[in-house]
Design a protein around this ligand. Structure first.
Ligand SMILES: [Zn+2]
Ligand SMILES: [Zn+2]
Length: 160
């Protein structure tokens, strides 16, 4: 028979259990910080959506969720073009549109107008208000005072 002599060394807490709080916090995996794009007009987070077409293709977009009297804010962009679009909204919007009540932005079909970006050769990147279904003739550059149908819809009280 033999006996084992176990010697317990006193632990020097100040030296051995030195806990680096910052290093520990850095080591914890965290979800990436989500920064939703904001509508330049309403200053609220835009919402992401996907439209699935019959042919299987998908269209990813961001839209401002602001609604007033059943009229949605016109700020709407494809996902891939969003940064360029939001910059254009700030740069191009004529001050008059900030003065018009949000519920006035309805087209002749009584649908919320969409602010779209032109891809034409003549006016690349230029923004215009349009009918969301292209059913009526609404067309208005956002950097110009409303004319024609847009004038009637936006600037007069008793139209429709
Ligand atoms: Zn908005
Ligand atoms: Zn319309």
């Amino acid at each position: 028979m033999f006996s084992i002599d176990i010697k317990v060394e006193p632990v020097e807490t100040s030296e051995h259990i030195e806990f680096d709080v910052e290093a520990f916090l850095d080591s914890i995996p965290r979800p990436p910080v989500k920064t939703e794009p904001k509508c330049p007009r309403c200053l609220v987070d835009m919402t992401f959506g996907v439209i699935r077409h019959d042919d299987g293709s998908e269209f990813e977009y961001f839209r401002c969720p602001m609604k007033r009297y059943n009229t949605k804010c016109y700020v709407t962009s494809s996902k891939e073009n969003l940064a360029e679009y939001l910059k254009a909204v700030e740069e191009q919007t004529h001050p008059v549109y900030a003065q018009i009540a949000p519920e006035k932005f309805k087209c002749q079909c009584d649908l919320s107008m969409i602010l779209a970006m032109s891809k034409s050769e003549k006016n690349p990147g230029r923004l215009y208000l349009k009918c969301p279904k292209r059913s009526c003739k609404l067309f208005q550059w956002i950097n110009k005072l409303p004319t024609g149908l847009a004038f009637k819809l936006l600037m007069t009280q008793d139209y429709l």
